[in-house]
Write a new protein. Structure first.
Length: 353
């Protein structure tokens, strides 16, 4: 038995935010963002919306696409670094809102590698017969991390002259290397146990190294502090992620290329055998480096970072969903997925569509 991706669906947040709009609330430019990251637009949820709203909508579409009823699902895996609550996770929230029975629901926290890790977990359950039909959702809402206030949101929404509070511009600019990269979205797949024509997950490699955990992390708001959240942490904006961008860039290019080659080699394959490579969308330049190192022709690589930015756990299923719906991936195609993220975590998966 293999884990066959039987359907997929995505939900992008409603509000399109251009680079030009961001330049109304912080010291940045469209040219810098495009050149350094490839991002042109990203989408943010409305105030009051939450990650599970996007996750449920994506899950619903994936179930419809797969022709699977909620009652048939016997495993839910929610990959998110931005759950609705500190606890519990979103797995059970997604399960109940979709009308799925009281089945095992996991929440996993591998950030940008969340989907690859989730698919590994689903594969293990399906291969061993512990489940037959899984719903795997990658969903993240990054706009909530930002220290932006009312004036900033009004400017982003088009009120270009909305007043900013004292110091708001400076505070927004402090996290500009990070905030311009991310967007809010969810994407889900339904994965069924099957044994038709070699379809399904063939192999995967998952890796982690906590030695670099603090190179990309939320420095405050956590149980290394007592209490785990304090007014001081909030005042210092320690709920905003910290990222050593250059270091993460270097590690991402190295690890993604390395793990892709390792996985292909141990399966006696080359990039020539692969129809499509789906890389996590953190920075277009990272993926261009990896593409070059793997000697991949352009037609084997798809990007959507220009439209959505980095949506962490949602990036790879978003690419899959778009490629399947536009006919760029058809049943029987060999697809390589590769990701790198905070943790540090990384991995690669080979799937026959
Ligand atoms: O999903 C996995 C997690 N994340 C990643 O994989 C991200 C990995 N890192 C990156 O993608 C890149 O390092 C960034 C896009 C974050 C930054 O690009 P960079 O080419 O490494 O720029 P930098 O951080 O070295 O900064 C270069 C300059 C600095 O100014 P000075 O010191 O040279 O005067 C920054 O202050 O660019 C400045 N800068 C900006 N300027 C305008 C940083 N962010 C911005 C901005 N707008 N948004």
């Amino acid at each position: 038995m293999r884990a066959v991706i039987a359907g997929s669906g995505s939900e992008i947040a409603r509000n399109c935010v251009t680079n030009e709009a961001l330049s109304r609330i912080m010291d940045t430019t469209d040219a810098w963002i495009r050149e350094r990251s490839g991002v042109e637009t990203r989408y943010y949820i409305d105030a009051g919306q939450k990650t599970s709203d996007l996750a449920v909508a994506a899950g619903q579409k994936a179930l419809e696409h797969a022709g699977v009823a909620p009652s048939e699902v016997d495993l839910v895996v929610s990959a998110t670094m931005t759950p609705d609550h500190f606890f519990p996770g979103n797995g059970g929230i997604i399960q109940t809102r979709l009308g799925i029975p009281a089945v095992p629901c996991f929440d996993i926290r591998q950030q940008c590698s969340g989907f690859i890790y989730g698919l590994g977990l689903v594969d293990a359950y399906l291969r061993t017969g512990m489940a037959r039909t899984a719903l795997l959702v990658g969903a993240d809402v990054h706009s909530g991390f930002m220290p932006w206030r009312e004036g900033s949101y009004r400017r982003l929404a088009g009120d270009v002259d909305a007043p900013l509070a004292d110091g708001e511009w400076e505070v927004n600019s402090e996290s500009r290397h990070l905030s311009v990269l991310f967007g809010d979205a969810a994407s889900a797949v339904v994965v069924k146990a099957g044994d038709e024509g070699g379809r399904g997950v063939i192999d995967h490699i998952l890796r982690a190294d906590g030695a670099d955990a603090t190179k990309l992390c939320v420095p405050g708001i956590g149980f290394k502090h007592r209490p785990y959240v304090s007014a001081e942490q909030v005042e210092k904006h320690q709920y905003v992620p910290f990222m050593d961008g250059r270091y993460v860039f270097k590690m991402a290019t190295t690890r993604m290329a390395e793990v892709a080659v390792e996985l292909l080699t141990r399966n006696h394959l080359t990039v020539g055998d692969v129809k499509m490579v789906l890389m996590h969308q953190a920075n277009k330049r990272i993926n261009e480096y990896v593409q070059k190192m793997l000697e991949l022709p352009d037609e084997k690589v798809i990007h959507n970072i220009h439209k959505y930015g980095n949506t962490t756990a949602a990036t790879i299923p978003l690419l899959w969903d778009e490629a399947v719906r536009t006919g760029r991936i058809v049943p029987g195609d060999l697809v390589l997925m590769v990701a790198f993220g905070a943790g540090m975590t990384w991995g690669a998966t080979l799937v026959r569509a």
